[in-house]
Structures are given as structure tokens and as C-alpha cells.
Design a protein. Structure first.
Length: 158
């Protein structure tokens, strides 16, 4: 199955991302819905992964924290699409967007089971685990390389 990674530039794409987040966070992980959407959604850079049929199967966002740092979060992949490179494609696209915006560093509050996903991709853990919305998280951080080789809107395959 192939897919395309896109910057979510339309309200329909962002709505599809929000629907996927509800399915993963609210239904699958029992996170209360009001905690999934927040004021950062309006100013964040969102990425969607679209299957061949146009369905949103992955998403994530980057929120600028200051002049050099952004926080990646709200990463979600439809259960049937996990372990097919979708999460890595989302992360790569968000990292490229951050680099294109001139940012130097990314921080993530990762759910504890996802820590190894980030560590394998060059992130380093900071501090001890903490509980947020009933789920254990860790802070991971990565400095971005200075060169950007591709735009965030690239086709990918699984």
C-alpha cells in the first residue's frame, strides 16, 4: 500500500487529521476529546498522510515555541497502518517543515511506548517520565541539521 505525505494546507485536510486524532486518542487510548484539540491547532503546521483512496492514515503537528524551537505532537497513525513507515514519514515531514522555518531544535512529549521510535531517529531523552492525561510520557529532544534536502510534500511508499 502506498501513501502520500502532505502539508495540511486545506481545512478538509486538517479536519481529516482531527478525525484521525479523535479515533486514535479518544477512542483507542481513552483520552478525553477536549484534551485532543487546543488553541495551538490554529497556529501549528499540520501534516497528513493520505492513502491511495484519499483516507487520512497518519498525522502530526509542529508548534513553534520560540525563535529556535518547536514541539512536535499529536502524532497519530491509524492502527491498520502502523509499522509501515507512516509515523516516520510524518516525523520526517514535520522535521523538514521546522528546518524550512529556520528552527534549530525539536522537543517532543512522547508517550512512553513511543520513546524507542524517537531514540532510533536521533532524539535524546531528557529527565524522568511524567503522567499527562493519564498516559506516561517522556521528553525527547533533537537538534536539526542545517541543510534541508526535500520539501515536506513528498510521495512515499509503504
Amino acid at each position: 500500500m502506498s501513501y502520500t505525505v502532505r502539508f495540511a494546507s486545506t481545512s478538509a485536510q486538517r479536519d481529516a487529521a482531527f478525525a484521525l486524532r479523535r479515533a486514535v486518542f479518544e477512542v483507542e487510548q481513552n483520552v478525553p476529546r477536549p484534551l485532543d484539540r487546543d488553541s495551538n491547532d490554529e497556529n501549528a503546521d499540520h501534516v497528513v498522510v493520505l492513502a491511495e483512496d484519499g483516507a487520512c492514515v497518519g498525522t502530526g503537528r509542529a508548534v513553534r515555541l520560540d525563535s529556535r524551537t518547536c514541539q512536535i505532537g499529536r502524532m497519530a497513525v491509524l492502527a491498520a497502518w502502523r509499522r509501515r513507515g507512516v509515523g516516520e514519514a510524518v516525523l520526517t515531514a514535520l522535521e523538514r517543515i521546522a528546518a524550512l522555518r529556520g528552527l534549530a531544535e525539536i522537543v517532543v512529549h512522547a508517550q512512553l511506548p513511543a520513546e524507542s521510535f524517537y531514540l532510533k531517529r536521533g532524539y535524546a531523552r531528557e529527565g524522568e517520565p511524567f503522567v499527562d492525561q493519564g498516559l506516561t510520557h517522556v521528553v525527547v529532544r533533537r537538534r536539526l541539521p542545517r541543510a534541508v534536502t526535500q520539501a515536506p510534500d513528498v510521495p512515499a511508499g509503504a
